[in-house]
Design a protein around this ligand. Structure first.
Ligand SMILES: *[C@@H]1O[C@H](CO)[C@@H](O)[C@H](O)[C@H]1NC(C)=O
Ligand SMILES: *[C@@H]1O[C@H](CO)[C@@H](O)[C@H](O)[C@H]1NC(C)=O
Ligand SMILES: *[C@@H]1O[C@H](CO)[C@@H](O)[C@H](O)[C@H]1NC(C)=O
Ligand SMILES: *[C@@H]1O[C@H](CO)[C@@H](O)[C@H](O)[C@H]1NC(C)=O
Length: 640
């Protein structure tokens, strides 16, 4: 296991007398000579439990027989959110348990090979999930944005010869202790609401999409298998250093061999044993793509574990060698100053909601590189690991954020919430620790960090995250007052969101310069830490114009951006180390009087077409890239 779990253990011991440290690894399923992967995404059967208590599925044990025998089912694509797939507003706005089911054939050779482990993995499902195979419960998982899996070999071998029936029940109900938090409110005025009427309240500004959002996979490993790998990298002159830990489960003793190969296939270092340090001479470092002419260099680390009976498991991990460091005014990658010029995103697009989609992922990377984006934040939850792999390969830097968004109610700063938050950080670090693109952890977005209990909460949260990974800085994103914020003292980088001339002084873009200068100076004077403007922006309805600019027009959005940029250009000579626009693209929200079919702060529409703001940022980002780094040969930048 990585890191210490001391803080969480102390908390949990105080709460309930036990320490449930997270066990085991969560390696991305890949094929190898010893592993096979079978994607069982596609069309699944689906049924929402519309009973008043949403509990009929459990009372009637819908997992025990084919779902269609329990009542009417509909087609549901996996991965996707279920909300926007049907014509039924009840499904769009549904709160409670929904049921998914699919029959899949498992290859007979997997079942017959008693030396094989068969694992069922769900990339993510929002929010609470229970998983059955052939009517037998395999696992439960809390949290909407990280993977979970179960060894289903035993259940399959008892029922071989039949298709394997996978049932997954998913509940999108949020409570004061979930991440993000939410509350269910019953409306008891019988003159205005029917009996049993309830709504779900949240404090975050995006639609609470739900369902199975990422691929569902079956994969095999040998019984004695590589359960986890951790790497940490450094370099000295031209020598790269890769420290590694490998954990092997399913046997009492395994011989571990680790080999590191360059991109041309040449073996550059190797070692025996489950722990060690590989030395790479003439190292090619992993650089962001606008810092170096040979960016995003990935070595390939092959790990072999051979058990006493001769069975060998093989797992190959891409490894980028780089370092990250923070000073009081700079963010250093490989000891060179890095300026974040990037975007905040969502995993959101049209009818698929938050469902993973390769065309969307590739389009978004193409748009980011078209714009000269060198970084993004996974606002406001962990994105699919496939997206981090893309960023590793393209040399785009990531601030990896957990789903700690909308923590506004003082009851959500209690120790039950904190214990869950620590577990989510363990799950996030466990999954993402080996990605060179990830350069900083964000433990929360816009919490009510001026409330008294936030001090203890963020102290524990940041120190626990550092105990899990001492190689990366930790931050959270604040929109509270610099003098009253209780947690900023614990972070490495101050990340501030502000919406000058939008939520404050709407319409008054002439105030941005004064107010933004004050904002930066206040935070820097108090903390002496580098600052990222982690959100700023304005809504623009595409095609809406006015001059002089008025709110909601494309001209107003660009005017707000220009005013912010003038200040950034002064302050980036001092201690401002980055700017992330809110938002890359328009995205769906709950229905409110301030949102016209979603949030329009995108510089691209939800269909990924540019507004005027995208062209402005494109010119700016390439200009900064030209001033601060190395332009790639493929780039056709607008300032040419
Ligand atoms: C699931 O949904 C129901 C109905 O909304 C709710 O009362 C319950 O607490 C939820 N259970 C879990 C484990 O999330
Ligand atoms: C390997 O494990 C040891 C002991 O837990 C720890 O000190 C070290 O930091 C780990 N190294 C990596 C690369 O995870
Ligand atoms: C949380 O636990 C800590 C340490 O056990 C304790 O000092 C603190 O009072 C608890 N906080 C709340 C809100 O109960
Ligand atoms: C990059 O900056 C240099 C120096 O300011 C300038 O001469 C050159 O034209 C710029 N190149 C592009 C493509 O903007």
């Amino acid at each position: 296991m990585m890191g210490s779990t001391g803080a969480k253990c102390a908390l949990l011991a105080a709460l309930c007398g036990v320490c449930q440290a997270l066990q085991g690894g969560m390696l991305f399923p890949t094929e190898s000579p010893s592993r096979e992967v079978k994607d069982v995404s596609g069309l699944w059967s689906f049924r929402a439990d519309l009973s008043p208590e949403r509990n009929r599925g459990f009372e009637q044990q819908w997992y025990r027989s084919p779902l269609a025998e329990t009542g009417p089912v509909i087609d549901m694509p996996v991965p996707s959110s279920y909300n926007d797939i049907t014509q039924d507003a009840k499904i769009r706005d549904f709160i409670g348990w929904v049921w998914y089911e699919k029959d899949v054939w498992v290859p007979a050779r997997w079942i017959q090979d008693r030396g094989a482990r068969i694992v069922l993995r769900v990339g993510s499902a929002h929010y609470y999930s229970v998983l059955w195979v052939n009517g037998v419960e395999m696992t439960e998982h809390e949290g909407g944005h990280l993977p979970f899996e179960a060894d289903i070999s035993g259940a399959l071998r008892q029922t071989s010869g039949n298709p394997c029936r996978i049932t997954i029940a998913v509940n999108n109900t949020l409570t004061l202790e979930t991440l993000p938090p939410g509350t269910i409110q019953y409306m008891n005025d019988r003159s205005r609401y029917p009996a049993g009427y309830f709504v779900q309240n949240t404090n975050f500004d995006f639609f609470n999409y739900a369902g199975i959002h990422r691929p569902v996979l079956l994969y095999t490993t040998p019984k004695a298998h590589i359960d986890d790998i951790s790497v940490e990298t450094a370099f000295s002159d031209n020598i790269g250093l890769v420290s590694f830990n490998v954990s092997v489960l399913g046997c009492s003793k395994a011989a571990v061999k680790v080999t590191l190969s360059a991109q041309d296939g040449r073996c550059v270092a190797s070692a025996d044993g489950s722990r060690g340090v590989l030395k790479v001479t003439d190292v090619s470092l992993w650089w962001p793509y606008l810092m170096h002419e040979n960016p995003a260099y990935l070595y390939s680390m092959e790990v072999q574990a051979t058990a006493e009976d001769g069975q060998t498991d093989v797992y190959t991990l891409p490894v980028g060698i780089r370092t990250v460091k923070v000073t009081s005014t700079q963010f250093l990658i490989n000891n060179k100053p890095f300026y974040f010029h990037g975007v905040n995103k969502h995993e959101d697009a049209d009818i698929r909601g938050k469902g993973f989609d390769w065309p969307l992922v590739v389009k978004d990377f193409n748009l980011m590189k078209w714009m000269g984006v060198n970084s993004f934040r996974t606002s406001h939850y962990p994105y699919a690991e496939e997206i981090l792999q893309m960023a590793d390969r393209h040399g785009i830097v990531i601030i990896d954020e957990c789903p700690g968004v909308g923590i506004k109610d003082i009851r959500s700063f209690g120790n039950v919430s904190l214990a869950h938050h620590l577990t989510v950080m363990e799950e996030l670090v466990r999954r993402d620790k080996n990605h060179p693109s990830v350069v900083m952890w964000s433990v929360a977005n816009e919490p009510a960090s001026e409330m008294p209990p936030a001090g203890f909460y963020f102290k524990e949260l940041v120190s626990h995250t550092k105990s899990l990974d001492s190689s990366r800085p930790v931050t959270y994103i604040t929109d509270s007052n610099y003098a009253r914020d209780q947690g900023a003292q614990y972070v490495d980088v101050i990340c501030v969101n502000s919406y000058l001339s939008w939520y404050h002084d709407p319409g008054h873009t002439e105030l941005i310069s004064l107010q933004l200068n004050t904002q930066f100076d206040d935070w820097y004077d108090k903390y002496q830490k580098p600052i990222i403007q982690s959100e700023y922006g304005a809504d623009a309805v595409p095609g809406l114009h006015s001059d002089p600019p008025m709110m909601f027009t494309e001209e107003y959005q660009t005017t707000v951006l220009q005013n912010y940029h003038n200040v950034f250009d002064q302050k980036r000579k001092e201690f401002v180390i980055g700017e992330l626009i809110w938002n890359f693209a328009d995205f769906m929200t709950a229905q409110t009087i301030t949102r016209v079919v979603g949030n329009k702060k995108g510089i691209f529409t939800r269909q990924r077409q540019p507004k005027a703001g995208a062209l402005l940022l494109r010119e700016r980002y390439w200009r900064i890239a030209n001033e601060t780094g190395v332009l790639p040969t493929w780039a056709r930048y607008p300032c040419q």
